[in-house]
Design a protein around this ligand. Structure first.
Ligand code: SAM
Length: 300
């Protein structure tokens, strides 16, 4: 159905189905006619052919995606929206609606069922409460996905897309850069949503890399170090890592020096390469400490 971003169409539609917005599900629907066509063009729907949409709402973005892609699978948690979606998307035979919680579903199985092993892009105007955890899931699970294009809060967009080693960076910026090439595509004011939220938004696109941006031997250790370094932002990274990982400060300091990083550095000044070198150095420190304990026990 056309006109899904027009309040004169939306209001009677919501009334017809007795729909009430759920704040808990982050239901702020797009009512700016220029935004969805732009997202549908930039997300790679036409190039990849397969789109997984999360949270279609009343189908305003789904409709535009269906015009570009061969197949769209849309996962919606709120079952009250399904009768309404059947009406608004009745002229889109290439859309499959799936009821479920995108945070809990087996997304690999879903992609395989819907797209038969072909690659896809993910597209969503996300409820803010699942932004970071869902993006991290999509990246970490190494799904057959080429790009993730999502509308998020403006501040979250900046945090997600900023380069590690800059002031606004955080653990999530490092993780995003490890797996993808992120970009803020355009900003969307709060007035483009109904009901209008208290904050502005931005659309970001993460193009997934074929292999991670830096080589690390132990990915688990790499991410532990990234999280630990940012856990106590006001402290030096040495202190934050040592407190969070429960390692001796002297051992952590040694690892920083071995990785060529100043012992006074703060997490936000560390680049991805620094975290990789640090992870490896800390692993060596740990192995060394374990070997020392073992040999001490042998000599008893
Ligand atoms: N795409 C629509 C638009 O742009 O107008 C709706 C966006 S609205 C911000 C978020 C949508 O995600 C809502 O329809 C909400 O019910 C749905 N949603 C919330 N949590 C979800 C989850 N865990 N899994 C799937 N959908 C979810």
């Amino acid at each position: 159905m056309q006109g899904l971003s027009d309040l004169r169409v939306i209001r009677p539609l919501l009334e017809k189905y007795g729909f009430r917005f759920s704040k808990a599900l982050g239901q702020n629907f797009l009512v700016d006619g220029s935004v969805c066509p732009k997202i549908a063009s930039l997300c790679g729907a036409a190039e990849t052919g397969n789109v997984l949409e999360i949270g279609p709402g009343i189908g305003v973005l789904t409709y535009e995606l269906a015009r570009k892609a061969q197949r769209v699978a849309a996962v919606e948690l709120d079952r009250r929206l399904f009768p309404l979606l059947s009406e608004t998307l009745s002229d889109c035979p290439n859309v499959r609606l799936i009821e479920g919680d995108a945070m809990k579903m087996d997304l690999r199985a879903l992609l395989s069922e819907q797209f038969g092993g072909e690659r896809a892009v993910v597209c969503a105007n996300l409820p803010y409460y699942i932004t970071s955890p869902l993006i991290m899931r999509l990246l970490e699970e190494r799904l057959p996905v080429d790009a993730v294009t999502v509308m998020v809060q403006k501040e979250a967009a900046e945090r997600l897309c900023t380069e590690p080693g800059t002031r606004a960076s955080g653990a999530v910026s490092a993780a995003v850069r490890y797996f993808s090439e992120p970009e803020i595509l355009f900003r969307v004011g709060r007035g483009s949503f109904y009901p209008s939220p208290k904050v502005d938004s931005a659309v970001i696109r993460l193009r997934l890399l074929e292999k991670p941006a830096v080589f690390v031997e132990d990915e688990g250790m790499f991410f532990r170090v990234v999280r630990a370094a940012f856990a106590q932002r006001r402290k030096t990274a040495v202190n934050s890592v040592s407190n969070t990982l429960g390692m001796r400060k002297e051992a952590v300091r040694e690892a920083f020096l071995a990785a060529g990083i100043s012992e006074n550095a703060r997490a936000e000044s560390l680049r991805l390469e620094d975290f990789a070198a640090l992870g490896a150095a800390l692993q060596r420190e740990r192995n060394g400490a374990e070997n020392e304990t073992e040999s001490a026990e042998c000599h008893r």
